[in-house]
Design a protein. Structure first.
Length: 129
């Protein structure tokens, strides 16, 4: 059943199972489900953004193969045969902040990354302040 289906089935019910000492309160489950839903929507959007940055390489190879084997793999770009950006103008594999290469290991672990590890760490430190 979908989240919308659960909401519809529950309707205007105001009761909760807060009184059940052995069960998880519905309010906690709603919060958990809403959090998971928001995270999945963000991940889906990140994948969509990464896909929008790809364009098939001119040599006909797949983007992943061209990226992994191109001598200019870290920076991509149309001259090296690697993946190129479409909407953002930033080639896949190139940091959107500093323009430097995003390491292959980072892209392998997080294919939707648009920041190099240095810029990502800086952004994380700024958010923690």
């Amino acid at each position: 059943m979908s989240l919308d289906g659960v909401r519809a089935a529950r309707g205007d019910a105001t009761d909760d199972d807060e009184h059940d000492p052995d069960g998880t309160p519905l309010s906690a489950e709603w919060s958990r489900i809403a959090g998971v839903h928001a995270e999945l929507v963000e991940r889906s959007d990140a994948v969509d953004r990464a896909l929008a940055r790809l364009r098939p390489p001119p040599d006909g190879s797949t983007p992943g193969t061209a990226y992994a084997t191109s001598p200019s793999a870290p920076s991509g770009g149309s001259s090296g045969g690697g993946p190129s950006g479409i909407q953002s103008g930033t080639p896949y594999g190139t940091c959107a902040h500093c323009g430097g290469p995003i390491g292959f290991a980072r892209l392998e672990a997080l294919p939707t990354a648009d920041l190099c590890i240095t810029c990502a760490e800086s952004a994380t430190r700024r958010r923690r302040r």
